[in-house]
Ligand binder design. Sequence first.
Ligand SMILES: NC(=O)c1ccc[n+]([C@@H]2O[C@H](COP(=O)([O-])OP(=O)(O)OC[C@H]3O[C@@H](n4cnc5c(N)ncnc54)[C@H](O)[C@@H]3O)[C@@H](O)[C@H]2O)c1
Length: 315
Amino acid sequence: MILITGCAGFIGYHLSSFYLKKGFKVMGLDNLNDYYDINFKRKRLSILKKFKNFIFFKTDLRNKHSLKKLKKHKKKIKYVIHLAGQAGVRYSFINPISYVENNITAYINLLEFFKNEKSLVSILYASSSSIYGENLQEQNTPISVYAVSKKTLEEISKVYCEIYKMKFVGMRFFTVYGPNGRPDMSVYKFFDRILSNKKIYVYNNGNHYRSFTYITDIIYNIDKVLKFTNKTVKIKDCKVFNIGNPKSIYLKNLIKLIKKILNKKIKITYLGKQKGDVYKTKATNVNESRLMGFKYKVDLENGLIKFYEWFKNEK
Ligand SMILES: NC(=O)c1ccc[n+]([C@@H]2O[C@H](COP(=O)([O-])OP(=O)(O)OC[C@H]3O[C@@H](n4cnc5c(N)ncnc54)[C@H](O)[C@@H]3O)[C@@H](O)[C@H]2O)c1
């Protein structure tokens, strides 16, 4: 059985569906918080609940006692894919404590629950491209509490790997978009506002670059990581991989593509660079592709078209 934390979230929902359709038993866990409209989460969860091989526990990882209800299933769990957490760079300047509680405390509670559990093969957890800060190379310098919280997950994993001989892979995701996407992210907000004839706000005067990554590419590569941890005989291991489209896109080009797809005039207000925003993210994938065969099959234009198809039906 696979435990997927944050199963009602954007990536968690897609990953759960993927494994459920393949016939795996999936245990989903989420506290269904209201960081964004909870109806998105309810809707995703109602789809997952239709699968017979899915069981859901409403659990808040901030509270270690909340995990007790999973105890009788613990021995059946072979993999944990930890996606629950407080996302969003900007919100970390409004509510930084949420990142300590939902990312750091929550992760320690999860690891305390699973340490010394022999039936567990590996723990995969969500890190983020944000940990690089303005530096695209290895010497990362986080510039937000969000980034620090994700970097902390990577450090905590090293400790549990060393002390409890556990196997970890951290996954640094790069700007994920697609159907059922988060309403606080740029692709969703741009489509939503343009189609309602509202103006869009574009940060850093549109001069950002981002490795926009389509959701099915994220899921495909997470599955590669899971298989990789199953193949390696070594128990103790602690790796971190980038999962992000190597093509970094200029923000103004993203807007041009949306304009082409919607065939609509766009009203834009350009704003300055926001706190915590980095100028460029670009996923390097050389080691990942060689080691695990990561692939990125959906280019930005096709990804946006697929997103729009979904969005039209939702509204
Ligand atoms: N979407 C992206 O572009 C992106 C990029 C980099 C990293 N990430 C990371 O990937 C993970 C998944 O991202 P997402 O876009 O699906 O976000 P999301 O907010 O849609 O999903 C996170 C889920 O975790 C749940 N959750 C939060 N705190 C919890 C707690 N204490 N206990 C139980 N459940 C809790 C939320 O209710 C939510 O459903 C997050 O950790 C995020 O930081 C996402």
